[in-house]
Design a protein. Sequence first.
Length: 400
Amino acid sequence: MILSKKTLSTILARSSALAINFLLVVFTARVWGSEGRGLIALIMADVAIIVILNNIFAGATVAYHTPRHGGRRLFAAAWGGALLTSLAGALIFSLIQGFQYFFLLAGIALLNSLATSISFYWLGKNNIRLYNLMMVLPPVLLILFLLTGYYVAGITRLRVYFISWFLAYGTVWVLGLLTLRRADIRREKKEQSLLKSMTSYGTKSELSYFLQFLNYRLAYFLISSWLGLEELGLFSVAVAVTEAVWIIGKSISALLYADVLNTSVHRERIRLTVKAIRTSFLLTVPALALLVLIPDHIYLFIFGHDFSGIRPLVLYLTPGILAVAVANVIGHYFSAIGKMNVLIIKSLSGLTVNALLLAFLLKDHGLPAACLALDIAYLTIFIYLGSLFIKEWRKNKTTA
């Protein structure tokens, strides 16, 4: 199987970003310890929630509307909406936690969304080179600014981390603005339906994402409450190891999304999706096989002696991870053709199955039950999306 240059470059870009983010975790943990990592995790978790709200206007909805509009009003709506939700989100968290982090939360979330909106614009234009560049630049600049601030400027307090965030995403946004000078950012006549359409698509997209996020992480909260932090630590590492292979499917899904957005022929959309499904499956299987074959003492060497028993959990999680690797591709097809209700239903169905199984099995059967719950929930999502896509495929054969 020969991979296209776009596929290889996207997998490489996502892998690079993942590796750099891992280095950031290691650096911050060693320099500021568990307390510092805890504060970073708390603030960045708040930022992540605000960004979900921002992405109603500045996320995938930008990519979806770019082939249809692609003008200045698109960015005006995206950036205006992101500004309002950044301020509102930061205000809500400040009311709960105190106002010491208001400007930090609002600023980081806003700059993140401003840069991300330009990245999604280039995805919508099917310019994968600029999309990948905009995706990998933030972690690269973040670690460069952080190391410079810490070792060169001598700023050893934790604030250097957040200053580096501002500098990194601010720089990426400015560079993104420079790339837009080459684009066809035309002036448009006033179109009241654009903001309504962006809000509708963005809300459904982020609702689906939030439900799926709960599906991915519900077990964390229950394991912490019922089995303890030590068991959660072991489970979270096994999940992180297996979910790393999703880089393959996510890269292929992003490319498929751009291709389907820019193709109006139903038959071609189906052909591209079938090809993407096949590629994701064939690349994910050997990656998972490699993880399963790694002996437990290698995992102990990497993560420490507190993490004995990772390999069996990796084996248990494998079926569900493979199911999601394929389901994500199908989900991006439905997202690209605007059928967002399909994604909401798939996320809700998976979350429901996951919650019920965890409630009945986790206390008595421990971590293997958590793996089983995830597997069945992920397979439920795969079966639901797969059955709907088969209907689309049959419709294609009928109209051919």
